[in-house]
Design a protein around this ligand. Structure first.
Ligand SMILES: Nc1ncnc2c1ncn2[C@@H]1O[C@H](COP(=O)(O)OP(=O)(O)OP(=O)(O)O)[C@@H](O)[C@H]1O
Ligand SMILES: [Mg+2]
Length: 336
């Protein structure tokens, strides 16, 4: 239904916009109903940019995004409105989604005015009640309050509730878990699980590999805007093949955190480490240890439902000798 096809995003940067920065490069994947797909990668790898392009908050510089066969960049007026009735996002920083001078529940009123103008008050109240209940919020505690009177987790869940009012088909969930405390996390994860079983497709953007593994059936590993590995979650996690994926799985549970924080939590004192500076460097610059993939590198299907990025030479080798794979897997093929 939602198809991201060889999408690239180039930002103009520099004082006069004279330089270019490619944030997303040739990214392709599909999202189907009832499917959770995780986008995983270090800070700056392009995850949010992919989400923003799907929501048309950023334009596409190359490639296309289609929804039910229609290129979303062509949508206007009523058609665009009905796209947003199907596809919604909840982003990293909930505070930025609210205008501090208005009460937080104004976000619901905006949905009512745009999508349910004729609905009776009573009907709307029960609809709103149901969606607040789905995100385990008590209306008494959250309605009629200003954003600063609510916690980050409450604001986050209000945004999810807003998306649910629309009976959406696809949810882009960008780091929605990191803002939440431990008990709410479980609630929201369970909620996502339930939405999935109701047929919602979810793009789950995260730094946290274990969350990705827990919730998704497909995993996309992004590095510097390029997909380095992608496939069925059990294959990517069970048989990580690209050096970057291996490194992520081996060493860095939570990329957004500073080593000092993690060391403190794990009670790792400097004198337990042979070279504390090296540990810090390794932890904080995980992406810098490996040379970036060359632009002429290609994704190769190494087994069914599992693609890995290789240099052209390695790819040729791989395609010559697919015999190492189990017999049933189709031969490796080049994907772009
Ligand atoms: N509006 C913009 N103008 C210029 N560059 C941008 C813009 N938005 C993002 N970028 C750059 O694009 C790259 C990808 O950013 P993006 O926000 O997609 O990363 P991310 O994977 O979501 O990172 P994080 O995990 O920190 O949220 C970064 O280098 C960022 O600085
Ligand atoms: Mg981001």
């Amino acid at each position: 239904m939602l198809k991201i096809d060889r999408v690239t995003k180039v930002y103009k940067v520099g004082t006069f916009g004279g330089d270019e920065m490619t944030a997303v490069r040739d990214v392709s994947f599909d999202v189907n109903p009832g499917e959770v797909i995780s986008l995983i990668g270090e800070s700056g790898s392009g995850k949010t940019t992919v989400g923003r392009m799907i929501l048309r908050l950023a334009s596409v510089s190359g490639g296309s995004i289609t929804y039910n066969g229609v290129d979303i960049s062509t949508l206007k007026g009523r058609k665009l409105k009905s796209y947003y009735a199907d596809v919604q996002g909840v982003f990293q920083d909930p505070f930025s989604s609210y205008n501090p001078i208005f009460k937080a529940d104004r976000v619901f009123k905006m949905i009512k005015d745009a999508y349910f103008p004729g609905m009776s008050k009573a009907e709307w109240r029960s609809k709103l009640g149901a969606s607040l209940e789905a995100v385990t919020l008590d209306p008494v505690q959250v309605l009629n309050k200003f954003p600063h009177q609510l916690s980050g987790g409450q604001l986050q869940r209000l945004l999810i509730a807003r998306a649910l009012l629309l009976d959406i088909r696809i949810l882009i969930a960008d780091e929605i878990i990191s803002m939440l405390d431990a008990s709410t996390r479980i609630d929201v994860l369970n909620l996502l699980g339930e939405l999935k079983s109701r047929g919602l497709g979810i793009i789950f953007i995260t730094h946290d590999l274990s969350l990705g593994n827990y919730i998704s059936e497909k995993t996309v590993i992004l590095r510097r805007g390029l997909i380095v590995e992608m496939g069925a979650t059990e294959k990517v996690f069970g048989n990580p093949t690209h050096p970057y994926t291996k490194m992520l799985l081996a060493s860095v549970p939570q990329l957004h955190r500073k080593w000092d924080e993690v060391a403190k939590e794990l009670e790792v004192s400097d004198d337990l480490l042979i070279d504390p500076d090296a540990a810090k460097r390794v932890y904080e610059s995980v992406g810098e240890i490996l040379a970036p993939d060359a632009l002429d590198s290609v994704l190769v299907e190494t087994e069914s439902d599992h693609v890995v990025r290789y240099s052209p030479e390695e790819a040729k080798e791989k395609m010559k000798s697919p015999a190492k794979e189990k017999k049933k897997s189709p031969p490796a093929r080049k994907r772009g």
